[in-house]
Design a protein around this ligand. Structure first.
Ligand code: HEC
Length: 152
């Protein structure tokens, strides 16, 4: 009798071991969704990408104002973010970036400069052409979208 109970105990014990180890296997499977979240993080827009989109939206608004004959007086962007914002993988402050960034900042600021002698539309298109100048080498994807900002 005692040996029968011992055997049953052994069988139960083995079952428990198998169950526990299969749980461990499931835990290993659970690692995969974590990998997916890491991939998701790669596609999350960088601080710079968000700022670029904000600049795009701001210039859409400027274009509409200028076409309506209004004079933009407020520059609502913090253009110093061009120097500080984190960029996504594969992008960085290359020598080309550095050669374009300050010229662009000045051009973008001058659009809302009410004391400027240069025609408003020319100042605006100059700012957009500076977006394009940097994008030609640093990030070619959005070029068609940025070109549509130009006022013909
Ligand atoms: C000095 C270089 C430079 C200038 C100037 C510049 N960009 Fe960019 N732009 C970049 C780089 C580099 C990226 C990629 C940033 C990243 O992914 O972190 C980018 C990304 C973008 C994106 C894509 C954002 C996304 O969702 O991935 C848009 C749209 C954009 N820029 C529009 C503009 C507009 C509009 C202007 C002008 C008002 C402008 N850019 C000026 C270099 C520049």
């Amino acid at each position: 009798m005692a040996s029968f109970y011992n055997n049953r105990f052994l069988v139960v014990f083995l079952l428990v071991v198998i169950l526990v180890s299969s749980c461990k296997n499931e835990e290993k499977v659970e690692v995969q969704p974590k990998k997916e979240t890491v991939e998701y993080e790669i596609y999350r827009p960088s601080e710079m990408a968000n700022f670029m989109n904000a600049m795009y939206a701001y210039n859409v608004q400027l274009k509409q104002q200028i076409i309506k004959g209004e004079t933009p007086v407020v520059m609502s962007l913090d253009l110093m973010k061009m120097h500080s914002a984190e960029m996504s993988n594969g992008h960085g402050r290359t020598p080309v970036w550095n050669s374009f960034v300050n010229v662009f900042i000045e051009a973008q600021q001058s659009v809302a400069d009410t004391l400027s002698n240069v025609e408003l539309k020319a100042r605006y298109n100059d700012a957009i052409n500076n977006c394009l100048a940097c994008h030609k080498t640093e990030c070619t994807g959005p070029i068609p979208k940025i070109k549509k900002l130009l006022i013909q």
